[in-house]
Design a protein around this ligand. Structure first.
Ligand code: NAG
Ligand code: NAG
Ligand code: NAG
Ligand code: NAG
Length: 471
């Protein structure tokens, strides 16, 4: 534990300040004595030494003044609510209700962030008093100079990553979107690793993330410690802190691709996979291997009849030489099994859901197929396209979505939210004709692109791979 009391640090500073002063006084005394000796012959006034003692007394007064000013600066530290209700309407855009008084730093192509201490903070560090887990307005933040931290503050040494998300760290997709910007920041800053993470949702303290998200951050940063602020009540101040509050925010696609390339590479390393040359895998007759993975869900948004769907895909896969199909149950496989499965997948088909986030572990250029229950197109809003965007951001090819046309119309006209709740957790049916044609088409596209790749040199690809994992 690298906690340290702010008070202790200050006492040390003050001690060294006093001892420096003491040594200065002694040296001046010594100097004055010499001068006094020299001047003694010319019978100058003996009052010189008294002038010196007056100066030293003046210094002691000054130190009292400094103490008084220090106490005032400590008291001046002003805590504001972490969640500012003024910005309720725009919490997801523009300004944010999280630390609303502080402006983010914008760097071209990067996610906007805040860094403390910085020129923008005039050298002040970030302090947070956040023990509430259900009301962000009761948690607070302040800026303070390291020498004058508020009374009872605990100073946490090293670098801290502070995140606020509108969504949830328990969800693979949202958790990844909230934390990936730190990977981007780290890449630009000597691959720095945080000593701890502080997580918020709407300004409410969160003390854990989904184990999938935790594993991927461990693969990147090593040990991941989520701060619980359990040690002491009162504020905690951070020697160095990076704050992200807009998920990927303004990060451009080029950068997102490199961040996800790095995470893919690190996750494979973490899981002891070395898939070099995997993309060019061929069977004994020299025909490219095509791996299709059908990832099933249980409960909400599962296929109404999973075995029929699996049979349709298996039949199409069997028609193409080199095609190998694998069916997996998303809830049953460990993080590394998911990474391994995706590393060796060219076509990933699954009903809409967070397990789609695993697509980032496939080689760039792999294919994604998605299935929706009835009612989503009309009522689910723009968020339903999240895996289209993720495919784009991670360099995959989204091969479209099938939407179940069978279902009952929503009884509430024009009430999207109520309607969405009806369909949100619906099951996904199937259309044998459509699935078979679609699977055939996608498998064939992959086959053609693999044959093209086989005729190109793969050396350049391997080079890309080795530099990608650097951070
Ligand atoms: C933040 O930015 C706004 C608009 O550019 C500016 O008016 C305000 O003074 C800035 N606040 C701080 C604390 O820098
Ligand atoms: C902070 O300000 C100092 C003095 O104005 C300047 O030399 C330095 O480059 C600035 N640092 C950053 C990171 O902008
Ligand atoms: C799935 O479909 C097959 C073939 O139509 C049928 O035999 C089976 O009972 C169905 N299973 C379920 C769980 O509905
Ligand atoms: C199933 O898909 C086929 C091919 O797209 C289409 O012609 C047919 O109408 C669909 N059947 C149903 C019941 O939607």
């Amino acid at each position: 534990m690298d906690m340290e009391c702010g008070l202790k640090v200050f006492t040390q500073i003050k001690k060294s300040y006093i001892s420096t002063k003491f040594i200065t006084c002694l040296s001046i005394l010594f100097l004055v004595l010499i001068i006094f000796q020299i001047q003694a012959s010319s019978l100058s006034s003996p009052s010189s030494s008294w002038v010196f003692f007056d100066r030293c007394k003046g210094n002691i007064d000054q130190s009292k003044v400094i103490d008084a000013l220090t106490a005032k600066l400590r008291n001046l530290v002003t805590f504001l609510p972490l969640k500012d209700l003024k910005f309720t309407e725009t919490a997801m855009t523009g300004n944010t209700w999280f630390m609303s008084s502080l402006n983010a730093t914008y760097e071209e192509d990067e996610a906007e962030y805040l860094y403390f201490p910085s020129n923008a903070s005039k050298g002040q560090i970030l302090c947070i008093n956040a023990h509430h887990t259900s009301d962000g307005t009761k948690n607070s933040y302040a800026l303070a100079w390291p020498e004058t931290l508020p009374e009872s503050a605990t100073l946490l040494k090293g670098l801290t990553y502070v995140s606020d998300t509108y969504y949830s760290y328990d969800n693979l997709c949202h958790g990844l979107s909230a934390l990936a910007p730190f990977v981007g920041w780290s890449m630009k800053n000597q691959c720095s690793k945080p000593a701890r993470w502080v997580l918020f949702h709407w300004g409410e303290l969160r003390t854990k993330m989904s184990s999938w998200v935790q594993r991927i951050m461990e693969a990147q940063f090593g040990d991941v410690r989520v701060e619980k602020f359990e040690g002491k009540t009162g504020p905690y101040c951070f020697e160095k802190a990076v704050v992200m509050r807009h998920d990927l925010g303004r990060m451009v696609q080029e950068k997102t691709l490199t961040v996800l390339d790095l995470l893919r590479c690190k996750a494979r390393e973490f899981c002891d996979l070395n898939p070099t040359g995997r993309g060019a895998e061929v069977n004994e007759r020299g025909v490219p291997i095509i791996r299709l993975t059908l990832l099933m869900r249980r409960g909400s948004r599962s296929f109404r009849n999973a075995s029929v769907v699996a049979d349709i895909f298996a039949k199409e896969c069997a028609e193409v030489e080199g095609c190998i199909m694998h069916v997996a149950q998303s809830e049953e496989i460990s993080f590394c099994d998911q990474v391994r499965r995706m590393t060796y997948t060219d076509i990933f088909a699954s009903p809409h859901g967070q397990q789609h986030t695993n697509m980032i572990f496939m080689d760039r250029g792999s294919s994604v197929m998605e299935f929706f229950p009835y009612g989503w197109l009309e009522h689910a809003g723009i968020g339903q396209y999240v895996y289209h965007w993720m495919a784009e951001q991670s360099g995959m090819k989204h091969k479209g979505a099938w939407r179940d046309p069978v279902g009952k119309k929503c009884p509430y006209p024009k009430q999207d939210l109520e309607c969405f709740f009806i369909y949100k957790d619906g099951k996904v049916g199937h259309n044998e004709t459509y699935f078979a044609e679609w699977a055939r088409k996608v498998i064939n596209q992959v086959r053609v692109s693999k044959l093209e790749q086989a005729s190109e040199s793969i050396v350049s690809k391997q080079q890309v791979r080795s530099s990608v994992c650097e951070c």
